[in-house]
Design a protein around this ligand. Structure first.
Ligand SMILES: [Zn+2]
Ligand SMILES: [Zn+2]
Length: 298
């Protein structure tokens, strides 16, 4: 039996969820994690119940349209974040007889176990991660083979959602009288200080604070999204890119399917939809073997 058939037959048949140590183990991760958990629902409520009723007639067609669009974004952002946070992508469940171990496997001294190609140890998660991308501070967990899809689509939907919020918040502030004065410039530069010190605790100041958070988030998410799309396009992880490992570039279309799965169209719009990954995270095709394998996979 080939190693791929063996592994597929006995394990990793479905998405496995983490059950232990779900909360981030590092203090910096806790802060980032709580920020995301608070900001996503709070932003949604703020935009739906405060900003949009100021811009559109509540209960009118346009208001309902934005509520529906906002809900679609919320479901995709939150759903993909849950996938990123909860889907197990560690090597813990992999049991392979020693004779099956191929040449690209390596021994991990921390796990006291062998690890398959592309997987690397994370000191924060304290385990080896399949096709380790990087440790994500917002989820407090590593991005790897099985949650890469959720990470990428979390970023993509967050980008859309943040841009949408910036449009609303800018329109709201633009319509407000007296926002654009010298004093107001200070409010834009130090929005949180204004609220914390009690200098200005008006709803306008909270709106300015949200506007600033969204603009900062937009810049950060844009950079991350471009960076990761570029990596996936070339079939690399951050680790492989830094070490100039380029064995796994199967062509840009296949590289995206390797992350999003075979039902990628469903994955794009529905985070809870099943999208089977072409590889199991253990047994990999390289550029050379893919040329032989590809006709069978089409
Ligand atoms: Zn390890
Ligand atoms: Zn990690």
């Amino acid at each position: 039996m080939k190693i791929s058939e063996y592994l597929l037959s006995c394990q990793l048949k479905m998405v496995r969820l983490r059950k232990k140590k779900l909360l981030p183990g590092q203090m910096s991760d806790v802060g980032a994690f709580l920020f995301v958990c608070f900001m996503i629902p709070f932003t949604f409520l703020w935009e739906i119940f405060f900003i949009t009723p100021e811009l559109y007639k509540e209960g009118g067609e346009m208001w309902y349209l934005h509520v529906v669009l906002g809900t679609i974004m919320l479901v995709n952002i939150a759903g993909n974040f849950l996938g990123l946070w909860l889907v197990d992508t560690s090597t813990r469940h992999i049991v392979v007889p020693s004779k099956k171990i191929g040449e690209n496997w390596h021994y991990c001294a921390s796990c006291e176990a062998v690890a398959p190609p592309r997987s690397w140890h994370c000191n924060v998660c304290n385990t080896c991660i399949l096709k380790r991308e990087h440790h994500c501070m917002f989820a407090g967990y590593c991005v790897g083979h099985y949650n890469h899809r959720y990470f990428l689509l979390f970023l993509a939907w967050l980008w859309v959602g943040v841009l949408y919020c910036i449009y609303f918040n800018t329109t709201y502030l633009w319509n407000m009288e007296g926002v654009f004065s010298f004093y107001a410039v200070l409010k834009f530069i130090f929005p949180l200080i204004m609220i914390m010190t009690g200098v200005d605790m008006s709803t306008a100041q909270v709106a300015i604070f949200f506007w600033s958070v969204h603009v900062a988030a937009f810049l950060l998410v844009s950079v991350l999204l471009v960076y990761h799309i570029h990596l996936i396009y070339h079939g690399k992880t951050t680790f492989e890119s830094n070490r100039r490992i380029a064995n796994y570039d199967l062509g840009w279309k296949q590289n995206f399917i390797e992350v999003l799965g075979k039902s990628w169209k469903l994955a794009l719009i529905w985070p809870f939809g099943k999208s089977k990954l072409p590889h199991n995270g253990v047994d990999w095709d390289t550029e050379a073997t893919w040329k032989l394998e590809a006709p069978k996979n089409r």
